[in-house]
Design a protein around this ligand. Structure first.
Ligand code: SF4
Length: 215
């Protein structure tokens, strides 16, 4: 079975397993999703959603983030890991957004990644979930699941993105991210993957080589 065929079967199975797959971060516009995604690095989505509930009422525009009092903003997001760095990222990103794009989020990965602190992963999440574009974001779960299934070999997330995009039809890119994240959280966990309960066992290189070898 070639990788395109394998990817199709894997996605068909995961779509049945997670029929309502959608992004866990709460937002009502692209700027909010950008801020939530920056806050979510090494932090749970639940914690981010708890914080953004009031944050998004207080700060509604890039200008509001850019001109916020730094210490006050740090206090607003203090329950989030690395809140000082994230304050800096959000404020620098908002300033650049105002300078180069009039405060409105651009809709291409090339433009979004010119914003400080915004890499391809964050840009693709925003493009897929806030703008409805065909974009595939590679986070830690997507990386792990892709590698264990043998769909992508490299370690570099940008290369994984390229490999996955070359074997998965464009219209399924955005869903791939959501499904692989859900599968990675529920079953294909980093430390102890639940292989015996996994619906993708027949396609898993990891299962065939590592797990089965131990039995
Ligand atoms: S069989 Fe195990 S390693 Fe392979 S995808 Fe499933 S949970 Fe992950």
């Amino acid at each position: 079975m070639d990788k395109k065929e394998k990817a199709k079967k894997v996605l068909d199975i995961l779509e049945k397993e997670f029929p309502d797959a959608k992004i866990a971060l709460k937002f009502s516009n692209p700027l909010e999703l950008l801020v939530a995604t920056i806050l979510s690095a090494q932090c749970t989505d639940e914690r981010v959603n708890m914080t953004t509930k009031s944050l998004f009422k207080k700060y509604r525009t890039a200008r509001a983030y850019a001109s916020a009092d730094r210490a006050g903003f740090e206090k607003d997001i203090r329950s989030i890991n690395f809140y000082r760095n994230k304050t800096r990222s959000i404020q620098n990103c908002s300033k650049k957004l105002i300078e180069d794009f009039g405060g409105k989020l651009p809709e291409t990965v090339e433009e979004l990644t010119t914003l400080p602190g915004v890499g391809r992963k964050t840009a693709n999440i925003v493009l897929a979930s806030a703008f409805g574009k065909d974009a595939l974001a590679v986070d830690t779960h997507v990386k792990r699941v892709s590698k264990r299934l043998g769909l992508a070999a490299p370690d570099d997330p940008d290369e994984i993105e390229r490999e996955l995009c070359s074997i998965i039809p464009k219209k399924r890119w955005a869903k791939t991210t959501l499904l692989f994240i859900l599968h990675g959280r529920k079953t294909c966990k980093a430390k102890n993957p639940l292989c015996d309960a996994c619906p993708l066992r027949d396609f898993s290189v990891y299962y065939k080589t590592v797990r089965k070898g131990k039995k």
